[in-house]
Design a protein around this ligand. Structure first.
Ligand SMILES: Cc1cc2nc3c(=O)[nH]c(=O)nc-3n(C[C@H](O)[C@H](O)[C@H](O)COP(=O)(O)OP(=O)(O)OC[C@H]3O[C@@H](n4cnc5c(N)ncnc54)[C@H](O)[C@@H]3O)c2cc1C
Length: 444
């Protein structure tokens, strides 16, 4: 990345997952429309190359959104960064259409994201962990026109500092383990699944367990059952059965761009209703085809008189005891109140994620960021954190806005439109001579 030491970027993006990749596209398209007013952007990504939930790229896993909810199409249907362009360039457009399926595999969607990311290598520093965002030394919030972003090069350990008028924090979800459970080479979180699985000799995995009742848990259970034909596979979850993800059309409207306005400007009661009635579109639920796949396997075992797929429903993990290669799981059975033990060679906690929290990165800067009565960051409609008036630099977040922007905050559904709104806001906050046309007016 060609950075001059004292250059001030219009925006520095932290993390280069789909959210900031989509922002890079929005800024690029703005620049193409208003070439006289380029926007200087730089991005830092801690992974050594582009990667989107690589450890969950299970062979048959499919997307939970339409391919048309790609990085650009909903904002700019004629974008050259859309999924259709990717398919066309890959020579697969006709065959893709023959599938008559809106939901590509995650493997293919990953290829699409890599294809798009490869257009931006000149402005992304991979293998770089952002460790702090701060005001320049000695500067007050009111006197500085830029923030400093500090990044550590993971290969060399060296530190680099760049200046930014705005930052876009898009660091993604944070894996969550149940209290008291520690990860190690036999105890995994789903976010590290394939990496840890591949380190094992499959023949050594004679008994495995998966904890959780959501999409990742069900997918991993299916994968382990199919990949380890000799192994006992136990699915452990506290509910009676898996619950289905509601992806029917009326419910799906909560992920539409307009729903963000309804949520953002709605009353507290309205926002609460979004969650009460529609949480089952995404949280702790499973696509019906995966549920049916699992049930079918279990039924077939019944017919054949064998059983190595075990559903330990109404059951919670109380403790995991580790000693060398041995892993003993203590389980509380909710139905009869008994405790049972299960010896496994590996256990996967598909217990979900916490939403993005920018406070750690913001450090001292966080005191300029205003919070609501519940202690959560206040966020403008354009995803900029509400700050005290003296801080003139913009801090934008993508993710961590479920309380202000609703259910699509951590998802892909709305990123094309959202990144356009952020790009408009960044361009709009520049001095008039520097600005050109707003993105929405020029893009389509
Ligand atoms: C297995 C799985 C499947 C999913 N499938 C779907 C789906 O089908 N549809 C959907 O809508 N949503 C899905 N999601 C939700 C998911 O949040 C989004 O798909 C998407 O990843 C959000 O993009 P993002 O860029 O905000 O976050 P991420 O994809 O998490 O990207 C954040 C990036 O920031 C980097 N980073 C973090 N901290 C730093 C730092 N300090 N310095 C530098 N880089 C940093 C990370 O390495 C990462 O690459 C899925 C989630 C999971 C876990």
């Amino acid at each position: 990345m060609g950075t001059r030491a004292h250059e001030i970027y219009d925006v520095v993006g932290i993390g280069f997952g789909p959210s900031n990749l989509s922002l890079a596209i929005s800024l690029e398209e703005h620049q193409e429309n208003v070439p006289a007013h380029p926007t200087r952007a730089a991005f830092f990504e801690r992974q050594s190359a582009f990667g989107w939930h690589r450890n969950m790229l299970l062979p048959s896993a499919t997307m939970q959104i339409s391919f048309l909810k790609d990085l650009a199409t909903f904002r700019n249907p004629v974008s050259r960064f859309g999924y259709v362009s990717f398919l066309h360039e890959s020579g697969r457009l006709a065959r893709f259409v023959n599938n008559m399926d809106f939901f590509p595999t995650r493997l293919e969607f990953h290829q699409y994201l890599e294809w798009a990311a490869s257009r931006f290598t000149d402005r992304v520093s991979y293998g770089s962990d952002v460790t702090a965002i701060r005001l320049p030394q000695g500067a007050g919030a009111g006197s500085s026109e830029y923030l400093q972003v500090e990044a550590r090069d993971n290969a060399t350990g060296s530190t680099r500092v760049v200046n930014a008028r705005n930052v876009a924090i898009s660091t993604g979800l944070v894996p969550r383990m149940p209290d008291g459970m520690e990860r190690d080479e036999r105890v995994w979180h789903s976010s590290e699944f394939l990496e840890k699985y591949r380190r094992m000799n499959p023949g050594d995995l004679k008994s495995v367990a998966v904890v959780g009742a959501g999409q990742s848990a069900a997918e991993i259970t299916r994968f382990l059952y199919d990949s380890l034909p000799h192994a006992e596979v136990s699915a452990i979850f506290p509910s009676y059965g898996y619950s289905v993800a509601d992806d029917t059309p009326f419910a799906n409207q909560i992920f539409d761009p307009d729903a963000v306005d309804d949520y953002y400007y709605g009353t507290d009661k309205a926002r609460e209703s979004f969650w009460r009635y529609h949480k089952n579109t995404n949280y702790s639920v499973v696509d019906s085809d995966v549920i049916k796949d699992l049930y079918r396997r279990s039924y077939d075992e019944d017919v054949q008189g064998t059983e190595r797929l075990h559903f330990l429903n109404m059951t919670r993990v109380r403790e995991v005891k580790r000693a060398g290669d041995e892993t003993r799981v203590l389980l509380d059975t909710l139905l009869d109140g008994h405790t049972q033990e299960l010896d496994v060679d590996a256990i996967v906690f598909a217990t979900g994620y916490d939403s993005m929290e920018p406070s750690r990165l913001l450090g001292d800067l966080d005191r300029y960021c205003l919070r609501d009565a519940a202690g959560r960051h206040r966020v403008q409609r354009d995803n900029r954190l509400v700050t005290t008036p003296e801080l003139s630099c913009g801090i934008y977040i993508q993710g961590g806005t479920e309380h202000t922007h609703g259910l699509s905050s951590a998802l892909l559904s709305n990123i094309a439109v959202r990144s356009g709104e952020i790009a408009d806001s960044i361009v709009g906050s520049r001095p008039a001579r520097d600005r050109g046309q707003p993105l929405h007016a020029a893009a389509v």
